[in-house]
Design a protein around this ligand. Structure first.
Ligand SMILES: [Zn+2]
Length: 167
């Protein structure tokens, strides 16, 4: 997947493509809620969005595509990082918002962020070491939870899906 190549999304030229992208998103009602990708999900638990550039098919990560819509271009080597720790979130929050979701950064930023969270930050601290399989199962469960629109109880259940039941 060429997800770390330069990604350009011109809003005027790509209106139809952006419309197709947005048709796969269910938005959470508050600033702290994620906007959830409901399209294809890969084995790694991250979304997949297929598009065409210069006649060739291309597969990108939806959260990185969301960054490209917001800024017009995402440079090669720049990644979308999830401050909300939800791989299928595509929300780009205003920089002044206390609840951040997808932010841009380098692989180095990502390593630093992982180390910081391992030391005990973040909102979902128990999830730091999820395996690919667990992550994919949670992403698929989230997609199911919003299939008919945002459902707060179903979303919470999906986020806590692999936790023991407390009653
Ligand atoms: Zn989020």
């Amino acid at each position: 997947m060429r997800s770390a190549g330069e990604l350009v999304v011109d809003r005027r030229v790509r209106a139809a493509e952006i419309g197709r992208f947005c048709s796969h998103i269910v938005c959470g009602p508050t600033a702290s809620d994620c906007d959830i990708w409901t399209g294809a999900i890969g084995a790694d638990g991250y979304g997949r969005f297929y598009l065409t550039r210069e006649g060739a098919g291309l597969c990108v990560r939806p959260h990185r595509y969301a960054l490209a819509i917001a800024s017009g271009v995402v440079a090669a080597g720049v990644l979308g990082l999830h401050e909300c720790d939800n791989p299928v979130c595509v929300k780009i929050a205003d920089a002044t918002e206390p609840h951040q979701h997808v932010v841009s950064g380098t692989q180095g930023d990502n390593m630093e962020r992982m180390a910081r969270m391992r030391r005990g930050g973040g909102r979902h601290a128990m999830r730091r070491f999820d395996s690919r399989g667990v992550r994919r199962a949670r992403s698929v469960a989230l997609r199911e939870a919003v299939r008919y629109g945002w459902d707060t109880a179903a979303v919470q259940a999906a986020l806590l899906g692999d936790q023991p039941t407390l009653w």
